[in-house]
Design a protein around this ligand. Structure first.
Ligand code: ASP
Ligand code: MG
Length: 417
């Protein structure tokens, strides 16, 4: 059993879907699970639908039409004959969504978000299921929400591993191609949940783990994992081999080509994990596995933007003790901040985090009741793994002001503004 995953960029148009078909066709010699996420930027479009639902409901129909037309255009370019049956099935999904709009009385934004955004993946996999059939690739379409089971922490749900493994084994076809949605899941009450943005890599790893797959491959619009985002750090080189541990570190620090939760499950079962280009399938790309820590051995660069840096001290400049710091962490957790870096000195505690759910104002107002708080908005965090002076010089050349710096044996980090 093997697992393939195709992300939004690889199925953003008819051409992309066709190359998915070719890759699956030319590699199909054993049972395969194909995990697919929403087409192109469709998850963003459904996020926008969620915003409209809470604000301007009169604009919902028009925004949904745009999403509908995007998919219809792909269908139009993909098939020679008209696809009434497929289009009818897509319309059913749109009707289900409208039914939810009318019947929903929940005000919990994260809950509503998850009930809406899953449609990006549902629409996409319907189209791909029909396309693969049309090129003679018999495949079984399953609804990942029926086998990936989570708690009810909407938008970033946590897996119920035991149940999920059982259900995956039950739903995946032992011989054919099984097609499944990435990113989406459901809680025990049957509500839709999601695994966090860009979570379909993680879905692929979950399937791989549950099925003891011989490999998991994610097909992307890049040649593999580079030692930096080529749009930011030019020139970059392709990392041919990366150890599980190093991949976890890179993802943790924000290397956006892999979702942070992805590597752990494949590492536990020592399943080789490949990142390859769907446009250049002849290139092997990156292999994450046992052995080589990093090949070639180069410095790796990661940049995160739109972060917040807080410098917190007590109002009377007394020492910040464990009790204060744990209070600060409890608040960071309560307001769902994702902490990137912390540093403490005798009288101040600095923390850099992402204001993921836009709750910074609430957080600051609570903190200010007890502490002196200096806020730097819109800061950047540069991380260099395996740094040397030359690598640091590359970062510092960009003329930004460094607000905070931290170095460990293998990692140097700079918060800049
Ligand atoms: N479609 C989801 C997103 O865009 C999941 C994914 O792409 O992995 O976040
Ligand atoms: Mg996506």
């Amino acid at each position: 059993m093997r697992v393939y995953k195709f992300g939004g960029a690889s199925v953003k148009d008819a051409e992309g879907v066709k190359s998915l078909g070719k890759i699956v066709q030319s590699n199909f010699e054993s049972p395969l699970v194909v995990v697919v996420s929403a087409m192109g930027k469709m998850t963003n479009a459904f996020e926008e639908i969620t915003n409209l639902y809470f604000g301007k409901q009169d604009r919902l129909d028009k925004a949904l039409d745009k999403i509908r037309n995007y998919h219809l255009e792909v269908i139009d370019k993909l098939f020679l004959a008209s696809q009434d049956n497929l289009i009818e099935q897509l319309e059913e999904l749109f009707s289900d969504l409208k039914l939810f709009f009318r019947g929903n009385f929940h005000q919990n934004r994260a809950f509503v978000y998850d009930q809406i955004v899953v449609y990006g993946e549902l629409l996409c996999t319907k189209i791909i299921h029909h396309y693969l059939n049309s090129i003679g690739l018999d495949n079984v379409l399953i609804d990942s929400r029926k086998c990936i089971k989570t708690d009810s922490y909407f938008r970033d749900a946590n897996l119920n591993w035991q149940l999920t493994i059982e259900l995956i084994k039950k739903f995946v076809h032992p011989k054919k191609v099984t097609l499944a949605q990435g990113f989406i899941a459901s809680d025990l009450a049957g509500n839709s949940t999601t695994l966090g943005r860009e979570g379909s890599d993680y879905t692929a790893a979950i399937f791989g783990y549950a099925l003891d797959a011989q490999s998991v491959t994610v097909w992307k619009d890049v040649r593999g994992i580079m030692n930096g985002n080529p749009k930011i750090f030019d020139p970059t080189v392709l990392l041919k081999r990366v150890s599980y541990r190093e991949a976890i570190e890179l993802a943790y620090y924000g290397a956006s080509v892999i979702h942070p939760k992805t590597i752990q499950p494949v590492q536990r079962k020592k399943i080789p994990f490949f990142v390859r280009s769907f446009q250049e399938p002849h290139i092997t790309g990156t292999k994450i596995g046992l052995g080589h820590k990093l090949k070639p051995k180069v410095s790796c660069f990661i940049k995160k933007e739109n972060l917040v840096l807080l410098k917190i001290s007590t109002l009377d400049f007394s020492f910040l003790i464990e009790k204060n710091i744990s209070e600060v962490f409890a608040l960071l957790d309560r307001y769902q901040m994702r902490v990137e870096l912390t540093q403490n000195s005798a009288i101040s505690f600095s923390v850099c985090f992402s204001n993921k759910y836009r709750r910074l104002i609430e957080l600051i107002s609570v903190l200010k009741k007890k502490f002196k708080v200096v806020v730097y908005r819109d800061v950047m965090l540069y991380t260099i793994r395996h740094f040397d002076q030359q690598a640091i010089d590359r970062i510092s050349k960009n003329g930004k002001r460094v607000l905070l710096e931290q170095r460990t044996l293998e990692t140097a980090q700079f918060v800049c503004i």
